[in-house]
Design a protein around this ligand. Structure first.
Ligand code: SF4
Length: 336
């Protein structure tokens, strides 16, 4: 293995829409680059991450590259701007929004100052960022808003500190997430959260705690809700194998490929008819804004006949709406 390249500005920009390019899609070979018709312009201003969450590839890469140079590296602002300008100069491009793929976007003070000077006048498109909530201050978000920040994405990943910190080895507390989310909502910036379901370490109590977290986040909610995937050799996969939650064949590349071919998303299910599954179904309803908080509070946190009826109703509703969503997803795929 070679040492890590410390000068990211030396790497050529991704190639788009070259005359020599051909693309295969929908049983056709075409020459026009379809990616320039997409409204999102995705770009990586940095590489690396300071953490090693056990379900993430960085949990393998960081140890692999130990003593081979700084793992977290950042491109200069002019280099990032130059790549964006190159793409925006392609005739016929439909780019409307920039998506920065960088867990640490703007947390370096001098980088942020230069970005504030250059981005609004050189590019000016609205943009999206993504963060680990422990890495960003609300004042940084305020400065990014002045540059055109449209949406921030946060990884909650597990709804309890215990699973997030101890099983996922990911820093951050629910209390931090709630505080930051409210501060950011005050800037009128939309937040999209990532949350993982089907975690075998979740219990009825931790799922109720997750519901408690969602109840405290500013509304409306926008979520990506994933089903936990077991990538071969990742620390989380090894732990799940050791703890007997999965068997070897469930941690194989084939199983992973089959699951990912269907979907990464979590979908509500009627079976198994367990309280655990039902609580996850209710989280799905909340995450997609299909139920008011009041009914969830009654159904999950009170103990009466009316609460039991509401609990059953929420579950049936989640399964019904989940099926409709799945049908729409399959139909859209066929049309595409
Ligand atoms: S913070 Fe995000 S990128 Fe970094 S290790 Fe965790 S999941 Fe991976």
């Amino acid at each position: 293995m070679r040492p890590l390249n410390q000068n990211l500005d030396s790497i050529p920009f991704p190639a788009y829409a070259k005359d020599s390019f051909y693309f295969i899609g929908s049983n056709q070979i075409i020459q026009n680059d379809p990616s320039i018709l997409e409204p999102i312009l995705a770009i990586m201003p940095a590489r690396g991450c300071p953490f090693r969450c056990t379900y993430c590839v960085n949990s393998l890469l960081r140890p692999m590259y130990q003593n081979m140079g700084h793992f977290n590296r950042r491109r200069s602002v002019p280099n990032v701007i130059a790549e964006l300008k190159d793409v925006l100069a392609i005739p016929g491009n439909q780019k409307k929004i920039v998506e920065f793929h960088d867990e640490n976007f703007g947390i370096d003070e001098s980088w942020l100052s230069e970005f504030e000077t250059l981005y609004p006048k050189e590019i000016g498109l609205p943009f999206k960022v993504q963060y680990n909530p422990t890495l960003v201050k609300s004042s940084t978000i305020g400065r990014l808003v002045n540059c055109g920040l449209h949406r921030a994405k946060f990884g909650i990943e597990a709804g309890t500190d215990q699973i997030r910190n101890q099983v996922f080895k990911r820093p951050g507390k629910n209390s931090q997430i709630i505080k930051l989310a409210h501060e950011i909502a005050n800037y009128d910036v939309k937040i999209r959260y990532d949350l993982i379901m089907d975690i075998p370490y979740d219990t009825e109590d931790t799922l109720k705690e997750t519901i408690g977290l969602l109840l405290q986040l500013p509304k409306p909610l926008h979520f990506n809700l994933y089903s936990l995937q077991y990538f071969p050799y990742y620390p989380l996969t090894q732990k799940a194998l050791t703890d007997g939650h999965i068997q070897e064949d469930e941690a194989s590349v084939d199983t992973l490929a089959q699951r990912l071919f269907r979907t990464w998303g979590f979908a509500p299910k009627l079976f198994p008819l367990t309280k655990r599954q039902m609580l996850q179904n209710i989280i799905w309803l909340m995450a997609f804004g299909h139920t008011p908080d009041g009914i969830v509070k009654d159904a999950v946190f009170t103990d009466s006949l009316a609460a039991k009826i509401k609990f059953a109703y929420l579950n049936l509703k989640s399964v019904f709406l989940g099926k409709i969503r799945e049908i729409k997803r399959v139909m859209n795929k066929k049309i595409a």
